[in-house]
Design a protein around this ligand. Structure first.
Ligand code: SF4
Length: 361
């Protein structure tokens, strides 16, 4: 979890729009042009004022654009960190500046609270890539294999699962299950994350969507049974991108998200969740980094590490995360929209795998 308190006074605590603009200029120097800050400071101030009036908290994912990321959330982080925060808050209203599946996870953990998402169409290609019926079929085809769902799934898919995980703890969750004696684990929906995690654990990988594997003898070897969904942002990074980046910036550390392809992951210096990226850059003595992940992540890390250079590939942005704007966050607080609602039985059944995810580090 990151609590935002990097300038002498937090932008969130500014008492006037002018002070908000001044604190934003200090925090986002070299990242966001002054003209953009002038346009956004009033919005940021009003969101923070209304948030206090409504006794709400705002959670902001690492992929939010920098003015929003540094200006309005009470807490920022990756999916796992934000899920942990949401499980502990007393605030009656949670505004989730992230995508739908994240807000659903917060709702499962807080069924009695009002959970809002500023843009109702903020989906995710991974979450869209599998249905609860797909999970039921996999369970029929691989009886006895526990189902681990990446947190990037909708709540009805989580409700069919035994465990959830994020990119930050996928290895720990799968290792835990293998060590418990399971030889096969279903890990869905991200094919690349499943392949990368299997490789890290020395396990075999089987394409769970391919019915030709039915009848194959999987006994005696640790096997990850994967699914075919991909992150439409991270799948764009290629081996050629890594080679080109190395030629142009031979001194840079290349860090890639494990939703990138195994061929890319094999070539980069570091692979990890957005939390790991933040921590790695903070602690590394290196001066230049290249991030293979959503573009705003590079801006947000650069703002925190002004003495380090972040090379960004901003042709790769998440269209869903970009739907979350300051304007819509303000409207969300004004109108209490868009409220996340889930069937009671889905909340009840999705809770256990999510609780297990929060326990395993
Ligand atoms: S970056 Fe990829 S995994 Fe994350 S919300 Fe966007 S499409 Fe989904």
């Amino acid at each position: 979890m990151t609590t935002l308190s990097c300038s002498p006074k937090r932008i969130q605590d500014a008492e006037t729009p002018a002070e908000t603009a001044e604190l934003m200029r200090m925090r986002l120097k070299g990242i966001v042009p002054d003209v953009e800050i002038s346009l956004k400071a009033d919005l940021v101030f009003e969101i923070n004022r209304l948030k206090k009036e409504r006794n709400a908290i705002i959670l902001g994912h690492n992929y939010m654009e920098p003015a929003l990321y540094y200006g309005v959330p009470d807490f920022t982080g990756d999916s796992l960190e934000l899920a942990r925060i949401s499980s502990k808050t007393d605030a009656p209203i949670i505004v989730f500046c992230g995508v739908q599946f994240m807000a659903e996870t917060a709702k499962v953990l807080n069924p009695e609270k009002t959970v809002l998402i500023p843009a109702e169409k903020a989906g995710c290609s991974l979450a869209e890539g599998i249905t609860k019926e797909d999970v039921r079929q996999l369970k029929r085809r691989f009886p006895g294999a526990p189902v681990v769902s990446y947190v990037n799934t909708y709540a009805d898919v989580k409700a069919e699962s035994d465990y959830c995980c994020t990119s930050g703890n996928s290895s720990a969750v799968l290792r835990y299950l293998f060590d418990k004696g399971h030889e096969q684990v279903i890990f869905l929906p991200d094919e690349y994350l499943a392949r990368n995690t299997a490789h890290e654990l020395g396990a075999a990988f089987v394409c769970g969507w391919d019915t030709s594997v039915d009848g194959m003898d999987l006994k005696g070897a640790r096997t990850v049974i994967g699914w075919k969904a991909r992150c439409e942002v991270h799948e764009l990074f290629t081996v050629e991108d890594v080679l080109t980046a190395r030629r142009q910036f031979p001194d840079a550390i290349i860090i890639a998200h494990p939703e990138c392809s195994p061929d890319v992951i094999r070539l980069v210096d570091v692979s990890g969740s957005t939390k790991k990226m933040v921590e790695y850059v903070r602690q590394s003595p290196a001066k230049r980094f290249i991030l293979f992940t959503e573009c705003s992540m590079g801006d947000n890390i650069a703002a925190e590490n002004p003495e380090k250079e972040m090379v960004r590939l901003c042709s790769h942005t998440c269209p869903y995360m970009k739907l979350i704007t300051l304007e819509d966050t303000l409207e969300s607080l004004r109108r209490l929209q868009f409220e996340i609602t889930l069937p009671e039985d889905v909340i009840r059944r999705a809770r256990l795998p999510i609780d297990r995810m929060l326990e395993i580090r």
